[in-house]
Design a protein. Structure first.
Length: 517
């Protein structure tokens, strides 16, 4: 720090030696700056207040992000709105609509005009709500400033209405296309669900999937009971066969010389089977397994009966006697016929129950898979229905919004130009001009002192020559020289005071003008 102060102080004698150059430069710069201050044209500002729906304008700019974010800070919102509204296309439309390019044939001039408007048009917010904004523009011509602000408001309104109408049309077209797509998807989902239910009708009925295991358990119990009954009936039949094998038939003569051959063991079974067949036909159709099995037994027994009758008829014709049987044998054969019929009936019942149980077991094994597939199809169908309904609702909302013709802009105050100039601030500019004149004089003195440096003391000589200084001889006092030195100093201070006085007078004049305006 001491070295810096010493270096600065070391330049002061040289600057004082070149003070007249600095004073002249200061006067030249001061006069030029003073003239420029009073020749700068007045600036008139036109303003218009508009209400902007920031939600509807900024949301589309942020909709491309992965999640819908919150609106940025107020300063960022103003910057984004400025870049969105005061853009080159809108300004070019403004230039053409307001006739600002009249008389401009050079494209570079038009481009310079557009750039000037882009820099000059300002958008500022009022308050924290960020709903009301002020559009402003400054220009030496108040009529032009008012045309620019009114034109940009009109351009913004027109562009907003047009863009919203175009966006609404595009949105409706997009939604209509999506509605048609989801209609096809919904039809396909309905068709898949219908076909699946038809293929698995026995498994997809109301409550079928939940009670299939109970039905299978009941069918298994019924099958086991039928098997037990069949086993008991077969044992009873086998016992009758063993008793019948121990009896011998007898031959009895019948009066009249005629004979009648009876087959009681088969006749009884046929009667029982025919009764059972009638009962089955009342409950089932001809294609039912029990009906078909019973008919086959009836046909077999009838064929067997015809064979027995034929054999006995031939035997009776040879012997000329009537073949009769022991009453015990006849009773046993009737019981055996009944037992055979019961066995056949139970066998048919066991077969039918076994087939039914096998079908239920297969269905029960496939039931969970069917339920999963049905749930998946229902879920896909519900998703398609939900998406379709949402799209239809959005289409109606888009149509209502289009009919309402909502806009994001509303004019609060129309364009209005100030009656008095708002700029430039000549007092501030004049102060800057004064400081610039003083700074230019100091800089000129320093520059000339550096160009032609002069050694003023022994230390400066030692630093410049880089040799030791043995001594220094002081200047002999001279009264006339001191008097000339004082006169020059007073003349310099007078010149500097004249510059200061000139600027002071200009400050007084400006303050009077501003007070009277």
């Amino acid at each position: 720090m001491d070295d810096l102060v010493r270096q600065v102080l070391s330049h002061l004698p040289g600057m004082w030696r070149r003070r007249w150059v600095g004073l002249a430069i200061g006067w030249v710069v001061g006069l030029i700056a003073a003239v420029l201050v009073f020749t700068i044209p007045d600036q008139y500002e036109a303003r218009a207040r508009i209400q902007v729906d920031t939600q509807s304008i900024l949301r589309p700019l942020l909709s491309g992000l992965a999640a819908q974010p919150e609106l940025p800070e107020p300063a960022q919102q103003v910057a984004m709105l400025t870049g969105t509204l005061i853009n080159r296309p809108n300004v070019e439309r403004l230039v053409h609509a307001a006739g600002l390019d009249a008389g401009l044939t050079d494209p570079k001039q038009k481009e310079a005009l557009v750039e000037d408007l882009l820099r000059g048009i300002k958008l500022t917010s009022e308050g924290e709500e960020l709903q009301v904004f002020t559009l402003s523009y400054r220009d030496p011509d108040p009529a032009k400033a008012e045309r620019v602000v009114a034109g940009i408001v009109t351009v913004l309104m027109d562009s907003d209405v047009g863009s919203r109408r175009e966006d609404a049309d595009q949105a409706r077209k997009f939604i209509d296309d999506q509605v048609r797509v989801y209609e096809r998807r919904l039809e396909e989902a309905e068709s898949r669900l219908k076909n699946f239910k038809l293929r698995n009708l026995s498994l997809t009925g109301e409550g079928q999937g939940r009670d299939y295991y109970a039905r299978m358990s009941a069918a298994q119990d019924e099958l086991n009971k039928a098997r037990v009954d069949l086993h008991a009936t077969e044992r009873a039949r086998d016992a009758l066969k063993r008793e019948l094998a121990g009896e011998e038939p007898i031959v009895l003569a019948q009066p009249g010389g005629t004979s009648r051959i009876a087959v009681p063991e088969i006749d009884g079974r046929l009667d029982n089977l025919r009764k059972q067949l009638d009962e089955l036909l009342r409950r089932f159709t001809d294609s039912h397994p029990d009906v078909q099995a019973t008919r086959r037994l009836v046909e077999q027994l009838e064929a067997e009966r015809r064979q027995i009758i034929e054999v006995r008829r031939k035997a009776a014709a040879k012997s000329g006697a009537t073949l009769a049987e022991n009453p015990v044998i006849q009773q046993l054969r009737l019981s055996l016929s009944s037992a055979e019929a019961s066995v056949a009936s139970l066998q048919a019942r066991v077969g039918a129950l076994d087939a039914r149980y096998t079908e239920l077991r297969a269905a029960a094994q496939r039931g969970p898979q069917v339920e999963v597939e049905l749930a998946q199809l229902n879920r896909e169908y519900e998703v398609q229905v939900k998406n379709y309904q949402e799209l239809v609702t959005r289409r109606e909302s888009a149509a209502i919004s289009g009919r309402m013709g909502a806009t994001g802009f509303r004019t609060v105050d129309p364009a209005r130009v100030s009656r008095t100039p708002v700029g430039p601030d000549r007092m501030l500019v004049l102060a800057g001009a004064f400081l610039a004149a003083i700074g230019a004089g100091l800089a000129a003195s320093l520059l000339f002192s550096l160009i032609a440096p002069v050694v003023h003391d022994a230390r400066s000589l030692r630093e410049v020559a880089m040799r030791p200084v043995l001594g220094a001889i002081s200047m002999v006092p001279d009264v006339e020289r001191d008097r000339q030195t004082r006169r020059r100093a007073m003349a310099f201070l007078g010149g500097l005071g004249g510059l200061v006085s000139m600027y002071g007078t200009l400050f007084v004049i400006l303050s009077v003008i501003y007070r009277n305006s």
